[in-house]
Design a protein around this ligand. Structure first.
Ligand SMILES: Nc1nc2[nH]cnc2c(=O)[nH]1
Length: 166
């Protein structure tokens, strides 16, 4: 059954926002940043923008989507972006998809895809491939270490009556 987000009106509006994200990404290059831009919308209103600030901020997590999510949370005074849409100039990498899931945005829409990003010299496709096929060797070793106290933080958390779940 078609949903409201499938309607031609929503698609046209969304296409305009995606074009805005692409313009932001192009402008980011001129400003010395990476070629990525993202927006967070709520009820078709712009809440926040983000560009890729990895090299300027010396922060490998400062992808456009993460920057936009952080700013939107600050703007709205919340860590929960339910009801919002994340719009990106490019398909989110696995880290940004994780950020989208954690932020609880309703939807993600994007323009360029991982193949386009690969042609631009970025590892998005390679990292997506690692998650899709975890048996291949990872450039970063990840392993669990045996520790009997491993669940102590969770036990303390669950026993905290005034905790803020997220
Ligand atoms: N989608 C996306 N992919 C990237 N790859 C490297 N940086 C970025 C970014 O900011 N956004």
């Amino acid at each position: 059954m078609p949903t409201e987000t499938d309607s031609p009106g929503v698609a046209a509006t969304e296409a305009r926002w995606v074009a805005t994200a692409v313009d932001l990404a192009t402008g980011s290059v001129d400003d010395g940043g990476g070629p990525f831009g993202a927006l967070v919308l709520r009820d078709d209103r712009l809440i926040a923008t983000g560009t890729n600030l990895v090299t300027s901020d010396l922060d490998p997590t400062a992808h456009a989507e993460v920057s936009a999510i952080r700013r939107a949370c600050t703007e709205l005074g919340t860590f929960d972006l339910t009801g919002c849409v994340l719009v990106s100039s490019c398909e989110p990498c696995p880290m940004c998809l994780g950020a989208a899931l954690w932020s609880r945005v309703d939807r993600v829409v994007y323009a360029a895809d991982r193949e386009d990003a690969a042609r631009g010299g970025f590892d998005d496709r390679a990292f997506h491939d690692l998650f899709r096929n975890p048996d291949q060797p990872w450039p970063t070793a990840v392993r669990q270490v045996e520790l009997t106290e491993r669940t102590a933080p969770f036990d303390r958390w669950l026993a905290k009556p005034d905790r803020v779940d997220y």
